[in-house]
Design a protein around this ligand. Structure first.
Ligand code: ADP
Length: 651
C-alpha cells in the first residue's frame, strides 16, 4: 500500500497539544512509558506463542534495545514483541480508543481552570495515554513495526501537527521500533536534559524500569588496555575500543527479595512500572505464605481510583506468576469484586503453567490464595480504620463506593460479605458533618432511640434543609447522610446493624419513643380524627399523584413534606431508577401536612367553603408541588405551578 496521510482523531489532537505544551514537568517518564509498552508487547507475544510456537520465528531471546544517537539526535527503543498490523497501528496510535481520554481532557481542563498545579495531578498515567508522552521530548516520532506471524511491516510517522503518515515498509525482525527525533531542548551538551547520553538513559532505566521482566540493553563503547596471557594489562600498549552490550535493568523480581531489604521507594517504583501507577500507592502488602498453598503476593491500593473503576470497560484483576514466570494478566478470580481496585501480583509454585486459563481460574489453589488475600486486605483495612483514621478516610473517599456496592451485591454473592464489610462502612452524619462508622453511630444513640435514622439527597445542604430534619435535630438525634445513590441500596441490603433497623426520615412512621413524641403522636391522631373530611378531600383532589395524605408528626416549621411508604422504593431510589430509564419502580408517595402550621388553619377555612371550589383545588395542588420541590423533584407542569402561585400572590 502506498503512503497515506491521515488525520488524528480530534481527541488525540487535543491530547498531543497538551503533551507538546507540556502539562507535565517530569518529561523523563516518557522512557518508562515506552519501555513498559515494549514489555507489554513482549508479554503478549510470549502469551500467544504458548499456543502458536511459529510466532517466535526462532527468536526466543526477548529483549528491549535502546539506541541513542547524538549525531542524528535520535533515541530508538525497539522490542521483539508482538508488533502491530497496519490496522492496529491506525487503531492504537491514531485514535484513542479508550473512553477515558475525554474524561482525561476534561479533568485537565478543570485543573487548569482551577489553577491547580497540574504536575501534581499526575493524570497522564491514570488515564493510560503512555505512547503520546513521547511527544513531550520528541518533535517527530517514527514507528516501524511488524506483527509476529505476518510479512508486511508498516511505518508510522508524525510530527504531532494534527496528522500522521503511514506506509508499507520492510522489517526483518518482528516487533516494534520507536524512534524519537528529539526536540532541541533534549539533546546536545548544552541541553538541560540530554536523552542521547548513555549514562542518563542508564540512570533512567535503573530509576523507573529496573524490574521490567525483559532485559533492556544498550551498547557501550569501552576502551581497554590489552591484556597478556595471564590476564594482566600490558603496560604501554595502545588502548583498544570495543562495543559492549550491557543489560541496564536487574530484572530480579522485587517480590522475591526479602521484605526487610526493600526500600519504600523501590516498592513505589515497582508499582509505577509494573502497574502503570503514577503515584505512590496508598498502601501496599508484601506477603509470603507457606501453608497448604505456597505463594508470594505483592499488592497495593493505588493512591487514586481510576476514573472508570465502576464502568464496564474497567478490567480488574491481579497478575499471576508461577516460579517468577508470568502466566496471566488481570486474573479476576482471586479477589471478590468489591476489591476490584486492588492492583498487584501473586507468584505461586503451586499454580500450574500448562493448564488452560479456564481450568486455572477454577483451581483449588487459586481459590485458597484468593481467600487468604481477601482476609489479609480486610484485616489491614480494619487496622487502618482504628489506627490511622485520616488515611482510612482517604481510602474511603476513593474506594468506599466499591465496598458499598459489595454490600448491595451480597444479594448474589452471599450474606457473609455483609459481615465482612459492615464495620468498614463510613457515612457522613449530622454530627458535625463528619464521617462515622455504624458502630460509632450506635454507640452514640440515646437509650430511647430504637432505630438508625438516615436521610437521602444529593448533598449535605439539601438534607440539612429538609423539613423532616428539624424535629430530629431538636431531639438531638443523629442522622446518617446518604449522598450517593448507591448508599441507600447498601442500607436497604443491610436492613439492620447491631439489631437496630435502619429508618429513612422520609419514610413511614419515625417511631420516636420518648415521652414528648408519644404525646405529640396522640395529639396528631386526635387532630387527624377531627379533620377526617379535610384529609379525605385533599387526597381526592390530588388523585393518583399521591397514595395517601396524613397529618404529620415529623414537621416543625414547614407546612408539608413528602414521604414514602415503608414498603417499596424511597423517593430518591425512584429518582435513581428513573435516571437509569427504569421508571417501573415507583415510590408510594405520602403527603404529610403540619397541623400546627398556620396554613393548616387556612386550609380548614377554605375547605369549609366547599371541596369543589377552585381555590381549594389550587391550594391542594400548591401544597403537593411544594412538597415535591423540597425533595428536589421538579413539578410535572412548572408553568401551571407558577401561574397558580402568581394568582395567589396577586390576591
Ligand atoms: P496503553 O499502553 O496504556 O494501552 P499507549 O498509548 O501507550 O496506551 O499505547 C496504545 C496501544 O498501542 C497499546 O495498548 C498497544 O496496543 C499499542 N502499542 C504501543 N506500543 C507498542 C509496542 N511497542 N508494541 C506493540 N504495540 C504497542
Amino acid at each position: 500500500m502506498s503512503k497515506e496521510t491521515l488525520e488524528f482523531q480530534a481527541e488525540t489532537k487535543q491530547l498531543l497539544d497538551l503533551m507538546i505544551n507540556s502539562i507535565y514537568t517530569n518529561r523523563e517518564i516518557f522512557l518508562r512509558e515506552l519501555i513498559s509498552n515494549a514489555s507489554d508487547a513482549i508479554d503478549k507475544l510470549h502469551f500467544a506463542s504458548l499456543t502458536n510456537r511459529e510466532l517466535l520465528e526462532g527468536d526466543e531471546d526477548y529483549e528491549i534495545f535502546l539506541v541513542p544517537d547524538a549525531a542524528s539526535h535520535t533515541l530508538t527503543i525497539s522490542d521483539n514483541g508482538i508488533g502491530m498490523t497496519r490496522e492496529e497501528v491506525i487503531e492504537n496510535l491514531g485514535t484513542i480508543a479508550k473512553s477515558g481520554t475525554k474524561a482525561f481532557l476534561e479533568q485537565m481542563k478543570k485543573a487548569k481552570e482551577e489553577n491547580q498545579d497540574i504536575s501534581d495531578k499526575d493524570l497522564i498515567g491514570q488515564f493510560g495515554v503512555g505512547f503520546y508522552s513521547a511527544f513531550m521530548v520528541a518533535e517527530k516520532v517514527t514507528v516501524v513495526t511488524r506483527k509476529a506471524g505476518t510479512q508486511q511491516a508498516v511505518r508510522w510517522e508524525s510530527t504531532a501537527d494534527g496528522s500522521y503518515t503511514i506506509e508499507d515498509c520492510e522489517k526483518e525482525s518482528r516487533g516494534t521500533t520507536v524512534t524519537l527525533t528529539l526536540a532541541k531542548d533534549f539533546y546536545g551538551d548544552s541541553a538541560e536534559e540530554n536523552f542521547t547520553e548513555n549514562w542518563k538513559l542508564q540512570n533512567l532505566v535503573k530509576k523507573y524500569s529496573d524490574y521490567v521482566r525483559y532485559p533492556i540493553k544498550m551498547n557501550f563503547e569501552v576502551e581497554e588496555t590489552p591484556k597478556d596471557d595471564e590476564g594482566k594489562p600490558i603496560e604501554g600498549a595502545e588502548k583498544i575500543k570495543r562495543t559492549e552490550i550491557r543489560t541496564l535493568n536487574s530484572m530480579q523480581p522485587l517480590w522475591t527479595r526479602n521484605k526487610n531489604e526493600i526500600k519504600d521507594e523501590e516498592y513505589t517504583e515497582f508499582f509505577k512500572n509494573q502497574f502503570h501507577e503514577w503515584e505512590k500507592p496508598m498502601e501496599y502488602f508484601h506477603t509470603k505464605a507457606e501453608g497448604t498453598v505456597e505463594y508470594t503476593s505483592l499488592l497495593c491500593i493505588p493512591a487514586k481510583a481510576p476514573f472508570n473503576l465502576y464502568h464496564t470497560d474497567y478490567e480488574p484483576g491481579l497478575q499471576l506468576y508461577s516460579r517468577h514466570v508470568f502466566i496471566m494478566d488481570k486474573c479476576k478470580d482471586l479477589l471478590p469484586d468489591y476489591l476490584r481496585f486492588m492492583k498487584g501480583l501473586v507468584d505461586s509454585p503451586d499454580l500450574s503453567l500448562n493448564i488452560s486459563r479456564e481450568l486455572l481460574q477454577q483451581s483449588r489453589e487459586l481459590k485458597s490464595i484468593g481467600k487468604a488475600l481477601e482476609k489479609n486486605i480486610l484485616k489491614t483495612l480494619g487496622r487502618l480504620l482504628s489506627n490511622d483514621r485520616e488515611k482510612y478516610e482517604k481510602f474511603w473517599n476513593e474506594y468506599g463506593k466499591s465496598l458499598k456496592i459489595g454490600i448491595y451485591n451480597s444479594m448474589y454473592s452471599g450474606s457473609d460479605t455483609i459481615d465482612k464489610l459492615k464495620d468498614l462502612l463510613l457515612f457522613m452524619t449530622s454530627q458535625e458533618g463528619k464521617l462515622a462508622t455504624l458502630k460509632e453511630y450506635v454507640s452514640r444513640m440515646p437509650e430511647s432511640q430504637k432505630k438508625i435514622y438516615y436521610a437521602t439527597a444529593k448533598d449535605k445542604e439539601t438534607i440539612e434543609h429538609l423539613p423532616q430534619m428539624e424535629l430530629l435535630r431538636e431531639k438531638g438525634l443523629e442522622v446518617l447522610y446518604l449522598l450517593d445513590p448507591v448508599d441507600e441500596f447498601c442500607i436497604e441490603t443491610l436492613r439492620e446493624y447491631d439489631g437496630k433497623q435502619f429508618h429513612s426520615i422520609s419514610r413511614g412512621d419515625l417511631d420516636l419513643d420518648d415521652e414528648a413524641s408519644k404525646e405529640a403522636k396522640k395529639e396528631t391522631e386526635d387532630i387527624a380524627k377531627k379533620n377526617d373530611d379535610l384529609i379525605k378531600d385533599i387526597k381526592e383532589t390530588l388523585g393518583d399523584k399521591i397514595a395517601e395524605v396524613k397529618v404529620s408528626t415529623r414537621l416543625k416549621s414547614s407546612a408539608v413534606c413528602l414521604v414514602a411508604d415503608e414498603q417499596g422504593p424511597s423517593l430518591s431510589m425512584e429518582q435513581t431508577f428513573a435516571e437509569m430509564d427504569n421508571p417501573l419502580f415507583k415510590a408510594k408517595r405520602i403527603l404529610e401536612i403540619n397541623p400546627h402550621h398556620e396554613l393548616f388553619a387556612r386550609l380548614q377555612g377554605i375547605h369549609e367553603g366547599g371541596k369543589d371550589s377552585q381555590e381549594f383545588k389550587d391550594y391542594c395542588d400548591l401544597l403537593y408541588t411544594q412538597a415535591l420541590l423540597i425533595e428536589g423533584i421538579l413539578p410535572e407542569n412548572p408553568v401551571e405551578f407558577a401561574n397558580k402561585l402568581a394568582k395567589l400572590m396577586a390576591k
